[in-house]
Write a protein that binds this ligand. Structure first.
Ligand code: NAD
Length: 487
């Protein structure tokens, strides 16, 4: 099993290697096999990527928006044409099941390229009458934007950042997670094929130090990070020193509130999607499932039954519903949380262990796990686990559930399941989250803004909102009379 790229980095329209950089590997998490060997960027690579992006950005900003849109649209078409190959690569790089990567990864990246192509052509300013004078505004690009990715959705994250950045006339230097370096390189190839100028989207590999070098580079106008809250705090403060713009897409501990009158199958389906999709490695997951007491017993018994039926196995098998976690190291962390749940008195009702997957004994698999009788103070109810571990808590009243749901420093997402339309909207308004689903969970269409409040982040990806985070307003005041000066 091999997925070796031509070289580690993609700069100025071509693959580039610098063997002096720290070596690292991409490992297929289902088998433990090394699928690619790469080198982290040296300072020479970082400088080359930034210099080429500065050049490309000047050229690109002068391209008419409709022509920029054509490049992005063509890139979306190519991504769709190659969806199968891109999805297989994503499955090898991340361990996520092909059943998911075929529909959720490159496919959602193509949606972003297409949607922001459409928005590129709509960029406009406003005209401001001022009596005798007038002013007008221009929406201008920021310059070179740095994108730094997490490992759970490598291709989607690269597209969600590159598409609005490029639509607005910026260039991007993207650093994928060192755990999943491969998908972004394919996006770089595709953008060149689609007609983007060399250097408009460069990919440099590396660990946190490479991310930090990019985030603090003199030519960096903006940093967009998808990662943990701890990394976000570091990158945000590093960017602040240079007054750089930021978008921070960080972690969460999101609540799902299930009321007695909810459709039980829909609520369980939502809770499972919000805990087990991508083996639970999703930032917006609803890992605290608050169930009203009248529904609790039925909810738990049906949830347990449906959870035990999840098919775990080879992620390249189209029937597999759950693959391994991204790495053995990450599995250790997740199993540590499961152990903390047991120790602190939560009741394990499903999973909790390492499944036996015939022929994949070296894979980083964990069973989909459900804890009942979870209380707000337990570690598993407070910390982001980033694995397939659901905590079920019970509640009596709406006020109590909302207060407990909000009692967290995170605020990425939330869900409410109820048949009462007034309550659904009242609760959605009261929950402190950047996105709240009513009778659904984890839907992220490109048309709707996505991002967090509180410590889960700053800024928005997707939707029209993303355009505001990749452009800035300039006011041009036009004086039609003489200059009225007291001097
Ligand atoms: P991470 O924070 O460990 O790493 C994220 C990226 O930051 C990596 O590319 C890493 O190399 C880089 N990095 C690390 N230290 C850095 C530094 N000092 N300066 C610059 N870059 C640095 O996160 P991860 O483990 O890759 O991903 C999991 C986390 O990402 C979870 O907390 C998850 O919730 C979050 N996430 C958020 C979203 C979202 O949209 N809100 C989406 C996916 C993942």
């Amino acid at each position: 099993m091999q997925a070796q790229p031509t070289a580690s980095h993609f700069i100025d329209g071509a693959y580039v290697e610098d063997a002096a950089g720290r070596p690292f590997e991409s490992v297929h998490a289902a088998t433990g096999e090394t699928i690619a060997r790469l080198h982290a960027a040296t300072s020479g690579i970082v400088e080359a990527a930034m210099a080429s992006a500065v050049r490309a950005q000047r050229e690109w900003a002068a391209v008419a928006p409709a022509a920029r849109a054509r490049v992005l649209r063509r890139a979306a078409e190519i991504v769709r044409e190659r969806n199968r190959a891109l999805s297989e690569l994503e499955t090898l790089d991340t361990g996520k099941p092909i059943q998911e990567t075929l529909v959720a990864d490159a496919a959602s990246g193509a949606d972003a390229l297409e949607w922001f192509a459409a928005l590129a052509a709509t960029i406009a300013g406003e005209s401001v009458p001022l009596g005798r004078d007038f002013a007008y505004t221009r929406r201008e690009p920021l310059g070179v934007c740095v994108g730094i990715g997490a490992w759970n959705y490598p291709t989607q994250i690269a597209c969600w950042k590159a598409a609005p950045a490029l639509a607005c006339g910026n260039a991007m230097v993207f650093k994928p997670s060192e755990v999943t370096p491969l998908g972004a390189l394919k996006l770089a190839e595709i953008l060149i094929e689609a007609g983007a100028p060399n250097g408009l989207f460069n990919v440099v590999q590396g660990f946190g130090d490479v991310g930090a070098a990019l985030a603090t580079h003199a030519d960096t106008a903006k940093v967009s990070l998808t990662g943990s809250v701890a990394t976000g705090a570091k990158v945000y403060s590093a960017a602040a020193a240079g007054m750089r713009h930021v978008t921070m897409e960080l972690g969460g501990k999101s609540p799902i509130l299930v009321f007695d009158d909810a459709s039980i199958e829909a609520a369980i389906g939502g809770a499972m999607l919000g805990n087990f999709y991508s083996a639970g490695q999703i930032c917006s997951n609803g890992t605290r499932v608050f169930v009203q007491t009248g529904l609790l017993d039925r909810f738990l018994s049906r949830l347990t039954e449906r959870t035990r039926a999840i098919r775990i196995g080879d992620p390249l098998d189209p029937d597999t519903q759950m693959g391994p976690l991204v790495s053995l190291a990450h599995r250790e962390k997740v199993l540590g949380f499961v152990e903390a749940g047991r120790r602190e008195g939560a009741r394990l009702v499903a999973g909790g262990g390492v499944p036996k997957v015939q022929g994949y004994e070296k894979g980083a698999f964990v069973e989909p796990t459900v804890f009942a009788d979870v209380t707000d103070d337990m570690t598993i109810a407070r910390e982001e686990i980033f694995g397939p571990v659901m905590s079920v808590l019970s509640f009596e009243t709406e006020e109590e559930a909302v207060a407990r749901a909000n009692a967290t420093p995170f605020g990425l997402a939330a869900g409410v399941f109820t048949a009462d339309i007034a309550r659904a909207h009242r609760v959605a308004e009261a929950l402190q989250a950047g996105i709240c689903w009513i009778n659904a969970y984890n839907l992220t269409p490109v048309e709707a803004p996505f991002g967090g409040v509180k410590r889960s982040g700053i800024g928005r990806e997707n939707g029209r909102a993303a355009m505001d985070f990749y452009s800035q307003s300039k006011t041009i005041h036009v004086c039609l009379g003489g200059v009225d000066s007291p001097y």
